[in-house]
Design a protein around this ligand. Structure first.
Ligand SMILES: Cc1cc2nc3c(=O)[nH]c(=O)nc-3n(C[C@H](O)[C@H](O)[C@H](O)COP(=O)(O)OP(=O)(O)OC[C@H]3O[C@@H](n4cnc5c(N)ncnc54)[C@H](O)[C@@H]3O)c2cc1C
Length: 473
């Protein structure tokens, strides 16, 4: 076993504790956010489309459905508030990839990867066009991403991926002049593949545009189940205080239990943790450089993702991925001191020049992990119900693509999207407990060992790779 750059660095424990001591346990993006609020759903109403879930998937589905058919009567039913879950807690990396990265796409859908990459880039370009056309204030910056090598064995992967135009390789001195961290050994700037956004503002702007287009949004309206409507053409959607009869239903419930029982084992909820610093002073920012403001990710299996906000804070997240027995989701899991402390240590190992800076916010969010690490698409009730989930931590942009797939399915037309193998095939479900818990823990252990062994994968990881369950970040 070899040590990693983070094992070798020992930031002062008192400094790490002080950096976290005043932080608020809440997503920075939602703190003080100017967002509309909506009534609870009551009564017995009839709609052309009911969307369950008010995150990006649900809101894009409603908005795009209105763009396709302005007269459609559409409702969004959200259990809590719009964007409170993953959509308001993420890193804001709005990425073209629909497959959770090129390597994952290459392993799973080699025949259509080129097509998926084109469709993903078109999706990102369309998001950028929508932001511009609708005047959304979402701090959209198409800066691209920097992948950074922090161990020697990671350098070649970056060098090979360079193409001299949109994929630019930086050697050690070039990457350290781009962003000043002594842990960096090389870097690759993918200039077009990613935009950074303010996640909370994106959810709020989506909701505003939905309402302007005539969509009705309801909050604090948990959907308890789907039933048969009075006529065969209807689906009955039941909440505590009302019921909606819908010609079509789109399920956009992400990591929460699927309303279609057959898909309950197709995702497991995994917690991801994030820190946000206070705004950097001009001197602090100058000590890092980072003039091109890219989103950054390091390359190990357990990786960090980090970026600047519009007001020059640093968001620093990732590394630990925590699964709780039985797939439970509870508010108390949001605070995990040992993970926040680890993240803070790794932050100061990367940027020791920021010694003394404090974290203003710390939070967690739940990721809908699927066994193939990218979205899958289900249908039920003779095509009247459509479902998309499984984004596995890469859904800021991919949710819009998924919304279009659901609408294609609901309209019953065959499109380029619906003919994709990625859309037609399903991932393997996870096993029931206790096997799911044991499997996730063994996989995490194996990934950690690989990170300490120049990326070399153990027998379990190789076996998972062989049956199409392997993960490569
Ligand atoms: C910490 C973190 C960091 C991330 N970083 C990134 C990133 O940088 N880039 C990226 O691309 N992706 C990232 N992701 C993933 C991304 O945030 C998600 O893929 C995306 O937000 C999923 O959107 P969604 O609408 O499907 O889910 P959600 O935002 O989770 O919305 C689902 C909604 O459904 C509602 N719901 C569930 N069940 C019911 C019910 N029965 N009745 C009514 N409503 C219901 C929930 O209340 C919730 O609001 C991150 C995720 C996390 C947690």
């Amino acid at each position: 076993m070899t040590s990693t750059a983070f094992d070798r660095s020992h930031p002062n424990p008192a400094l790490v504790a002080a950096s976290l001591s005043g932080s608020t346990l809440a997503p920075f993006w939602l703190d003080g956010l100017d967002r509309p609020s909506f009534p609870t759903f009551t009564g017995d109403r009839s709609f052309d489309l009911v969307v369950v879930g008010g995150g990006y998937t649900g809101l894009w589905t409603a908005l795009l459905a209105k763009e396709r058919n302005p007269d459609a009567r559409i409702a969004v039913l959200e259990a809590r508030e719009i964007g409170w879950a993953a959509s308001g807690r993420n890193g804001g990396f709005c990425e073209a990839s629909l497959t959770h990265g090129e390597v994952n796409g290459q392993n799973r859908f080699p025949k259509e990867l080129e097509q998926l990459e084109r469709l993903g880039m078109e999706n990102l370009d369309e998001i950028e066009a929508t932001v511009g056309a609708r005047g959304w204030k979402v701090d959209f910056e198409r800066t691209g991403t920097l992948s950074v090598a922090i161990e020697p064995y990671q350098i070649d992967e970056l060098r090979t991926a360079a193409n001299g135009s949109t994929e630019i390789f930086f050697d050690q001195s070039a990457i350290q002049s781009e962003v000043a961290s002594e842990t960096y050994l090389a870097g690759l700037w993918s200039t077009r593949s990613t935009a950074l956004v303010h996640p909370g503002k994106l959810a709020a702007e989506l909701a505003r545009s939905c309402v302007e287009s005539g969509v009705e949004i309801f909050e604090h309206s948990v959907v308890r189940g789907l039933g048969r409507g009075a006529s065969a053409d209807e689906v009955w959607v039941e909440t505590r205080e009302g019921s909606a009869r819908a010609a079509k239903v789109a399920l956009a419930t992400n990591a929460f239990p699927s309303l279609l029982k057959r898909y309950r084992l197709h995702t497991v909820p995994v917690y991801d943790y994030v820190l946000m610093t206070e705004p950097l002073t001009d001197e602090q920012l100058a000590s890092i450089g980072w003039g091109n403001r890219q989103g950054i990710a390091d390359l190990a299996n357990q990786f960090h993702y980090y970026r600047l906000s519009a007001d020059n804070r640093i968001l620093w997240g990732g590394y630990d991925a925590i699964y709780h027995y039985g797939g439970s989701i509870k508010p108390e899991y949001d605070d995990r001191p040992q993970t926040f402390e680890k993240l803070a240590r790794h932050f100061f190992a990367t940027f020791p020049q920021l010694e003394g800076i404090r974290f203003s916010h710390r939070w967690a969010g739940v990721i809908d992990t699927s066994s193939r690490f990218c979205a899958f698409f289900g249908q039920a009730r003779q095509g009247r119900v459509s479902y998309a989930a499984g984004f596995t931590g890469l859904g800021v942009a991919a949710t819009r693509f998924a919304a279009n797939v659901m609408l294609d399915h609901l309209s019953g037309v065959e499109t380029e999207r619906t003919s994709l193998e990625m859309v037609r095939s399903m991932p393997l479900p996870f096993p029931p407990e206790p096997a799911a818990y044991l499997g996730v823990q063994a996989t995490r252990w194996g990934l950690n060992r690989a990170d300490h062994n120049e990326g070399k994968r153990n027998l379990l990881l190789k076996s998972l790779d062989a049956v199409g369950l392997g993960f490569d970040s």
